[in-house]
Design a protein around this ligand. Structure first.
Ligand code: NAD
Length: 482
């Protein structure tokens, strides 16, 4: 079994202050695959000191040189991408093809995208063309604590580390203790790329100890967190005493509105497959399917067939199957929510309680579809984070908008319609950070983030850089003393 018990602090791999071994479990076998350490506040102090001490030098390093280091990192990541995919697959159960083509690929995609944006970003400019005395400088916010989840590990890590370092911040990363192997490998890439000692530090640990210590640390200027809304609220509280900037990317309960004038077969199938992708463990999963009543029965049938045709398989096997859920806790949570759907009277049309046939080990669950859901049921209100689709009928646009917005979340909503003017009209009423029409792909530089309890701030592209920047206004820039 792998032993990766050291932390990456100040450019070196060092043991934790106090040994505290922790097993990383392969969710397909329920067996440990790697031993890491859970750190303490003393380890956080060491990492923050390193990040603080390197800040001035890194922040004053010309942007071109910082970009060169990130380009070197991109080259290393591309060479070692298969190792990254394997680590992700083992730690969180993504089937290997998904791990290669989506999970690991997302990391390199973000690195390349941020390199482009960093090259174009204007860090210094006049307020307006006609204000020669008013000058603005966009400066790094300082030392950043980055706290990430297990579901898209490299997507999240690169969405934070790259813009932060790119604009001149220094960082302490705490990945999810459930899926830390990919981040440990990423730290190896950072080391090989030869970043200045101390600008990137990694500590493993649990949330209540290491995560909380990061939240409270007086020398951390900003927290960028991705994870559950509950933890995000707690972190906002713990970081309040030191008035940190807090950026939050949290849960979702996306509505996928399907109108009768869409291509129903395509739209329903695509929506169900998207909901089940990554075994339903995506914040932007379209987990509530809202269907216009005239095509409702047809949609239920198509979604049910799609679920029944969803292959489930081992993460280390090639193919487009779905893998297990990440952990026993997640397995139990999903079972509980499926049971609640049955108890509250939703109509189970595919899947259900228990492992799929042929599986007696691993956190595998069935692709599940409920019809006749109403928006007050738990399966319509709570983020399930499993391959469970809830189908809700609606009669008109106004009702579709009302149901879509009747949630504490506001991350991504989806609209399927043959009438593009209708889709555009509806999108203006949806209270979410993102709306996707008819299966379109999102541009990598488009801002990613949520309204309401889905978050605060945006990641990706220019918006992702701005998260990590302060703006300084200088008046009298060209004023000469007379
Ligand atoms: P989580 O909130 O349990 O954990 C996220 C991170 O926070 C982990 O590193 C964890 O150790 C840490 N943490 C836990 N308790 C903490 C505390 N008290 N103080 C500080 N840090 C603490 O979330 P998870 O289960 O790892 O991930 C799933 C959640 O992430 C889902 O709700 C999902 O929607 C969300 N998510 C959101 C986005 C987005 O961009 N909006 C993307 C991916 C995942």
């Amino acid at each position: 079994m792998l032993r990766k018990t050291n932390f990456y602090i100040n450019g070196a791999w060092i043991p934790p202050t106090l040994p505290n071994d922790f097993d990383v479990i392969n969710p397909a076998t329920e067996k440990p695959v790697c031993v890491i350490s859970l750190g303490s506040s003393k380890d956080v102090n060491k990492a923050v000191t390193a990040a603080k001490n390197s800040f001035d030098i890194w922040n004053n390093t010309p942007i071109k040189e910082r970009i060169l280091k990130i380009e070197k990192l991109a080259e290393i990541y591309e060479i070692r991408v298969d190792e990254m995919a394997k680590a992700i697959s083992m730690e969180m159960g993504a089937p290997i093809d998904l791990a290669i083509n989506s999970q690991a690929a997302a990391g390199i995609g973000h690195i390349r995208s941020f390199i482009r944006v960093l090259k174009e970003f204007k860090f210094e400019h006049y307020l307006r063309d006609d204000t020669p005395d008013e000058f603005l400088i966009h400066e790094a916010v300082g030392v950043c604590g980055l706290i990430t989840p297990w579901n898209w590990p490299m997507n999240q890590v690169t969405m934070k580390v790259i813009p932060a370092l790119g604009v001149g911040c220094t960082v302490v990363l705490k990945p999810s203790e459930i899926a830390p192997m990919s981040s440990l490998l990423f730290a190896e890439f950072m080391d090989e790329a030869g970043f200045l000692d101390g600008v990137f530090n990694l500590i493993n640990g649990d949330g209540p100890t290491v995560g909380d210590a990061i939240g409270r640390h007086p020398d951390i200027d900003m927290i960028s967190f991705t994870g559950s809304t509950k933890v995000g609220i707690g972190l906002t509280r713990s970081s309040a005493d030191t008035v940190k900037r807090v950026a939050l990317e949290m849960g979702g309960k996306g509505a996928n509105i399907i109108f009768a004038d869409a291509n129903i077969t395509e739209a329903v199938k695509r929506g169900a497959i998207h909901c089940f992708n990554n075994t339903g463990q995506s914040c932007n999963a379209p987990s509530r399917m809202l269907v216009e009543r005239s095509v409702y029965d047809e949609a239920v049938e198509i979604a049910s067939t799609t679920a029944k045709n969803t292959a489930i398989g081992q993460p280390n096997e090639h193919g487009n199957h779905i893998g297990p859920l990440v952990s026993e806790a997640q397995f139990n949570k999903v079972q509980d929510l499926i049971q609640s759907g049955i108890d509250e009277g939703a109509r189970l049309v595919a899947g259900g309680i228990g492992r799929p046939d042929g599986f007696n080990r691993g956190y595998f669950v069935q692709a599940t579809v409920f019809a006749d859901v109403n928006n007050s049921m738990r399966i319509a209100r709570e983020e399930i984070f499993g391959p469970v689709l809830s189908i809700i009928p609606f009669d008109d646009e106004a009702e579709a908008i009302k149901i879509s917005n009747d949630t504490k979340y506001g991350l991504t909503n989806y609209v399927q319609s043959g009438d593009i003017l209708r889709a555009q009209r509806i999108s203006r009423h949806l209270r979410s950070g993102m709306v996707v029409f008819n299966g379109a792909s999102r541009h990598p530089e488009s801002p990613f983030g949520g309204y309401k309890q889905s978050g605060k701030g945006r990641e990706g592209g220019i918006y992702g850089l701005e998260e990590f920047l302060e703006v300084k206004a200088i008046s009298g820039w060209n004023t000469v003393i007379r």
